[in-house]
Ligand binder design. Structure first.
Ligand SMILES: [Zn+2]
Length: 590
């Protein structure tokens, strides 16, 4: 059903590879060695309302890591965790971390006595954890286990997933309890279950799971505070459904997209595409981070806010939003092969997500802000620190692929990918200093030559100078999906050279009280000033936005100076450290 099929990544080098290794060698094992992953299941009740999500998220990211590393130690660790999780499933299928009186079976809908634990109030101490996240845990168990099982087939895992889903259907199916009345934010946390249930349908082809998925959609549409599909289809805003809760809203869009793949019903696809477009147009920073802000109309800093409420010192990027946005981009890319989706995911990876990750490989930020003096890195086990490696691993599996018989190179980042038989076997090696420089050489190390179209994607904000094959300049055309392509006979030793340049671009952002802000990108990389306190000076005060670009001068080291202001701009993610942060947006005008 997907039209773009990934070829197997053998190695990721460069800065993307270094960042992946920080996760694979440090955080992955930090998590595995923590008893927190499995404790909530083995010693119920768990200590935290959504403690149960971490194991499913870890299984997802670590399974994808294994696909590249083939590390036997990791394989054993995956199996050990799956077996321990399965061993805690109750006879009725329950596989959460709650005490019997607090499970979704015992309390399927919220009541005043069972006020759900708020999704931001994570540091509350000395308070008995309240329920509301039990369905959420099952959503992540299903996701993690089904991802694992797709790589390591095991009928017992599928059976465990069926039993979880059957219990959920027993409680929430048909005339049962209303899933949208469970948990926080008008039920939008609980309805993220949609995607996982569709995954189980894909695996089992059992119609009752598809029926339950569409039943969840029906419940959402019947719930006035949710109605995500009708809102997106009528061109509405993501500020609204489910309080506009960013992470969960995008996770629901993932469910609609997957449901489209199984049903072919256009309304589900429109929901996902319209949602993606609305978020991209109105809620994404130049860093690729989906921004949110606590306002009276949403009452939570992890909820989408209106453009007129933008202030770069106040808005937040939740790490889970980065990861889920990337997932949405990547799945839409798989379906359509359109470069715009991958452009967006790549910007998020190289800026916002890498800014969240500390160089020690263990600590992550829950929130970042585009303007902040000190990002809050922590080794705590949080939703965000468990989500972001999933985004990194997913994009690392989408580097080179096949679409309509074309060899499709979707990155300029240095990497090695195994070519399938259709492309003559062997490997394809991408060599570059991306993202410092877009100039790239692609080396074909094929076992047997063949004639086919090779296409490649240029990153956002990148202009092609020329393409050379084995040194000779060659014509390329841009196809309808935004890829550059050329058809020839490819043989071993062939070198495709892509000469390109990053453009310096100005971005104007409207904000609170009519204030305008400007930000700059070089190619796909957001630029920022490194600050350790809120600076007194605003270099563009009194200037029009269109004057700002002309005030930038490039230095020999590739950074930019703002004329006469003593301000240097560098890649955003490099400004993020223990004692400094980025100033990405600059005030303009009055
Ligand atoms: Zn989070």
């Amino acid at each position: 059903m997907n039209s773009w099929q990934a070829l197997g990544t053998v190695e990721v080098a460069g800065s993307q590879g270094e960042r992946l290794d920080l996760w694979r060698n440090r955080r992955l094992w930090y998590m595995a060695e923590s008893s927190y992953l499995i404790d909530g299941f083995e010693n119920r009740p768990g200590a935290h309302p959504w403690q149960g999500e971490h194991l499913g998220k870890w299984l997802h990211a670590a399974t994808l890591a294994w696909l590249t590393t083939r590390d036997e130690k990791l394989r054993a660790e995956l199996e050990r965790n799956v077996e321990r999780l399965l061993a805690t499933q109750l006879p009725d299928g329950y596989l959460g971390t709650y005490a019997p009186e607090a499970t979704f079976v015992a309390r399927p809908e919220n009541s005043p006595q069972a006020k759900p634990h708020d999704d931001v109030d994570v540091r509350t101490t000395g308070q008995k954890p309240r329920p509301g996240w039990d369905v959420w845990t099952h959503r992540y168990n299903l996701y993690g286990l089904l991802t694992y099982e797709a790589v390591f087939p095991n009928p017992r895992v599928v059976d465990a997933c069926r039993r979880m889903a059957d219990l959920l259907i027993e409680v929430y199916g048909g005339d049962g309890a209303d899933l949208t009345k469970y948990g926080t934010r008008r039920g939008i946390s609980a309805t993220t279950l949609l995607e996982s249930i569709v995954m189980l349908y894909e695996r089992t082809e059992d119609a009752k799971y598809l029926e339950f998925a569409e039943h969840i959609v029906g419940r959402m549409e019947a719930s006035p505070g949710l109605r995500l599909m009708s809102t997106m289809r009528s061109g509405g805003s993501v500020v609204g459904p489910g309080d506009g809760k960013g992470y969960q809203l995008m996770a629901n869009l993932l469910g609609y997209l997957r449901l489209y793949l199984c049903t072919g019903k256009r309304e589900y696809l429109d929901t996902a595409i319209n949602g993606w477009t609305e978020i991209r147009n109105n809620h994404i920073l130049v860093t690729g981070g989906p921004w949110t802000r606590w306002m009276p109309y949403n009452a939570n800093r992890e909820c989408f806010a209106r453009t007129g409420d933008f202030d770069p010192w106040e808005v937040k990027v939740e790490g889970c939003c980065d990861a889920t946005w990337m997932q949405l981009c990547l799945h839409l890319f798989e379906l359509t092969g359109e470069s715009a989706y991958l452009d967006a995911a790549e910007v998020t990876l190289y800026n916002s997500l890498h800014g969240h990750q500390h160089a020690d490989g263990v600590r992550w930020c829950y929130f970042t802000s585009p303007n902040e003096a000190r990002p809050d890195y922590s080794d705590r086990i949080t939703c965000c620190a468990s989500s972001m490696p999933r985004g990194m691993e997913m994009i690392a599996g989408h580097l080179v692929g096949e679409i309509d018989g074309n060899l499709s190179i979707s990155t300029l980042a240095p990497c090695t990918v195994a070519l399938g038989e259709a492309f003559g076997g062997g490997t394809l090696v991408v060599e570059s200093d991306f993202p410092d420089d877009p100039a790239t050489e692609v080396r074909f190390q094929v076992e047997s030559p063949g004639t086919y179209t090779c296409e490649f994607r240029l990153p956002a904000g990148t202009a092609l100078s020329q393409v050379r094959v084995n040194g000779a300049s060659t014509e390329v055309t841009v196809n309808e999906r935004g890829f550059h392509e050329l058809r020839r006979r490819w043989g071993s030793g062939d070198v495709l050279a892509i000469d390109a340049e990053f453009e310096l671009n100005l971005h104007v952002q409207d904000g609170e009280r009519g204030q305008q802000w400007v930000a700059f990108t070089r190619g796909p990389i957001a630029l920022a000033q490194q600050v350790s306190a809120i600076p007194d000076e605003e270099p563009f005060d009194g200037r029009r936005p269109d004057e700002a670009l002309g005030m930038l001068a490039e230095s020999a080291d590739g950074s930019f100076r703002i004329d006469g202001m003593g301000v240097t701009l560098m890649p955003y993610h490099l400004t993020c450290s223990d004692d400094s942060g980025p100033k990405t947006y600059f005030r303009c005008g009055r």
